[in-house]
Ligand binder design. Sequence first.
Ligand code: KIV
Ligand code: NA
Length: 264
Amino acid sequence: RTKRVTAPEITSRKGATPIVALTAYTAPMAAMVDAHADLILVGDSLGMVVHGLPSTVGVTVEMMILHGQAVVRGSQRAMAVVDMPFGSYEESPQQAFRNAARIMGETGCGAVKLEGGSRMAPTIRFLTERGIPVMGHVGLLPQATHTLGGFKTQGRDADSWARHIQDAADVAEAGAFAIVVEGVVEPLAVRMTESVAVPTIGIGASARCDGQILVLDDMLGLSARVPRFVRRFADLGAQADRAIADYAAAVRARSFPAEDNVYR
Ligand code: KIV
Ligand code: NA
């Protein structure tokens, strides 16, 4: 069994070859991603993508642990990072440590990710100083959808740039080994990337981030609607629809199972 990619290895990739990251929620998908990616994120996007929730706000620690266990079992080489869900870390550094330690202990993941800029810096420091690698997440924060009134690209107004750059700087300074930069205008993503010493992993950001991440289901074409920043590298949704329609027709015509599908 080969050794997994570590947090310091990811950090050392700043300014070097781009870090390849994708989400995965299940063991078989994790195995496919593991063959090509440096980092697999068990994103709380699983609430919407696999559980049909309206947002990530209803995702629980138990859900993250179950999917985290599946992804760690399915992968060998890539670093596995598990999202801390809404409500599991915001109250205090102590609450965050308790839940992060449980997530790491029960899944065997290599790090956790939590959303928030400067206000989360004390929590990130508390965790990293106690042995829990933390990936930051700044810019557009999906868990804050209720206070923000939806998903809006950040940094369209120049006045907000200083705050976003400060968020990234404080998260890096607090000890995050890498930072997801989500949904910010391209030149701001470049400025954020230039102003921190740890890698930025962009999503809806810039090709000049130190790495990229996408939701696997979105880039495979399995999601009904995707935002502009997603490229569909495959169209598996349409292929699956055709396959299921063909199966239904074959069952109704009694042409399935055929000779080679039955035991004589
Ligand atoms: O939950 C998620 O999938 C994420 C990534 C898109 C960064 O946080
Ligand atoms: Na997330």
